[in-house]
Design a protein around this ligand. Structure first.
Ligand code: SAH
Length: 222
């Protein structure tokens, strides 16, 4: 299904994702329409596939970005606070910022400084992106995302864009109650998406979704 969603423009790609059921909600569609993927993907931006962005990182496929937004959507309301771990190109950070609106905020964290710089530079390619940076609606920081980002916690939603070797408790701790975490986790040679829900009473429930292939969450390069 995924490859069938590629388009010749940003609008065509998003419309195809919607038609093929990979985007379900009108809110996710609108948020992805507002961010031109060409500002974030150096090659074939409107293909529904991951693309290399340098530093052994990739921008994830559009259908995975859609899936992450759909999974977290209840917690992506106007005013919500979000952490995007492994922000890379900054594309999803920008889409998440559209979902939480000017009263909300998204922090993108990456452990490779040139990718943090790239996220900032990509955002600054559009007027709306520059507004989001200037107002603090979007902020990119450098650090080890396996520890989350305490300075901005607690978050309504946390997205992890690289596969974790294990469940990192720090991330669940940095969720609000209620709040939700979307994280790919390595299990042997496979990886699965987990959605981890913290309820109002603080109890935590793990739901295992589908198999995926992400680059790993690693130590920062020396
Ligand atoms: N969401 C990004 C995905 C980029 S690929 C996008 O679609 O563009 C995964 C990213 O995770 C890379 O940018 C990589 O540098 C980052 N990463 C890997 N390990 C990390 C860690 N321990 N802490 C923070 N970022 C990490």
């Amino acid at each position: 299904m995924a490859w069938r969603s590629s388009g010749s423009s940003n609008a065509a790609l998003i419309n195809n994702l919607k038609q093929n059921g990979l985007i379900e909600s009108g809110r996710v569609k609108d948020a992805m329409m507002k961010v031109d993927r060409a500002h974030f993907a150096p090659s074939s931006p409107y293909d529904d596939s991951p693309q290399p962005i340098g530093h052994a990182a990739t921008i994830s496929a559009p259908h995975m970005h859609a899936s992450a937004c759909e999974s977290l959507l209840t917690y992506l309301q106007p005013g919500s606070k979000v952490l995007d771990i492994g922000s890379g190109s900054g594309y999803l950070t920008a889409v998440l910022a559209n979902l939480v609106g000017p009263s909300g905020s998204v922090i993108g964290i990456d452990h490779i400084q040139p990718l943090v710089d790239m996220g900032n530079a990509n955002m600054a390619k559009s007027e709306e992106g520059r507004r989001m940076l200037d107002s603090g609606q979007v902020r990119f920081v450098t650090g080890d995302g396996r520890k989350g980002w305490k300075e901005g916690a607690p978050y309504d939603a946390i997205h992890v864009g690289a596969a974790a070797a294990r469940h990192h408790e720090e991330l669940t701790e940095q969720l609000k109650a209620p709040g939700r975490l979307f994280v790919p986790v390595e299990e042997g040679r496979l990886q699965h998406i987990y959605v981890i829900e913290k309820s109002e009473d603080g109890s935590v429930e793990r739901r295992k979704l589908f198999g995926v292939q992400y680059v790993p969450l690693t130590d920062a390069p020396k």
